[in-house]
Design a protein around this ligand. Sequence first.
Ligand SMILES: Cc1cc2nc3c(=O)[nH]c(=O)nc-3n(C[C@H](O)[C@H](O)[C@H](O)COP(=O)(O)OP(=O)(O)OC[C@H]3O[C@@H](n4cnc5c(N)ncnc54)[C@H](O)[C@@H]3O)c2cc1C
Length: 308
Amino acid sequence: MTAPAPFPKDGPEVLVIGAGPAGLTAATYLGRFLRRVLVADAGQPRACWIPVSHNMPGFPAGITGAAILSRMREQAEEYGAVVEPGAVEALTAVEGGFLARLNGRVIPVRAVLLATGVVDHHPNLPGVEDAVRRSLVRICPICDGYEATGKAVAVIGDSDMGVREAAFIRTYTDRVTLIHIDAAEALTERAALDRLGIALVETPIEAVHLEDDRVTAFSFGGKRTAFDLVYSALGTSANASLAEGVEALTGDDGRLVVDSHQLTTVPGLYAAGDVVRGLNQIAVATAEAAVAATAIHNALREADGLTV
Ligand SMILES: Cc1cc2nc3c(=O)[nH]c(=O)nc-3n(C[C@H](O)[C@H](O)[C@H](O)COP(=O)(O)OP(=O)(O)OC[C@H]3O[C@@H](n4cnc5c(N)ncnc54)[C@H](O)[C@@H]3O)c2cc1C
């Protein structure tokens, strides 16, 4: 990409990549700092999968992921943020900012916030997406373990992460089964399962059945066992490829390394939300976005000689 610098006075100053809770929160803050903000979004933010969240601060009766997103988007647009559908395909660092390729255009911006989230590794089961929407297959016990209290819960895992997730769920119920779907060697924490009274199934899953909107049943090894709900502990992959293109540092888990102001190792490139931190929570994503947006505004003020 060649540089159409300097940065146009009427173009966006800040590009936010991703219109999930992190990106939309940052857009609201930046709009209220009177910054011109473009939010690019490839669609399907993780938050849109939330059937009902009961741990979203300020919503004691719960709120759906769709409603969270539409309120956050309304608020960002209220302060002038422009949300454009489309995936940012490439990012190049230039003096004083970046060039981003979006929908066939090359857009110069002074700062970029990556709020690109992660992709869930769903179990390979027919109807799994429908089951997630109906809360029968769940992803995140920190989000909704409370709603599993006293229930018969299966955890699908392919590593010791499954053991850790099953152990976490023991806070809520003593009826926990780990269904391990990878090679036996991938499971080393067997003693912990015994100690915590967690049952272990190592035969392949053949089918999943959703019954009466309530009960999930698996057939494995010819045997049929019913659970009230299932957690998938198969992990996620961070959407960090754009950052890698500008050589921002990522950790062993693929997430972006940031400082206390959410700045990556590349000047002007910030990151917030699931793409940064393993504690994948909306409250965390929005807090990080507030920190990042304020740091971006202050950095631009400083670049413009508007600080003391
Ligand atoms: C089933 C389920 C239930 C959950 N329940 C809860 C809950 O009850 N409470 C809670 O706090 N959290 C919950 N979570 C977690 C919560 O959804 C995430 O922590 C939150 O959505 C993270 O926000 P984010 O903005 O970082 O990422 P996301 O919401 O995933 O948004 C990232 C956005 O970036 C976009 N993007 C990626 N790459 C590009 C690109 N190159 N160009 C343009 N756009 C791009 C994606 O398309 C996406 O729209 C749940 C998650 C799931 C899956």
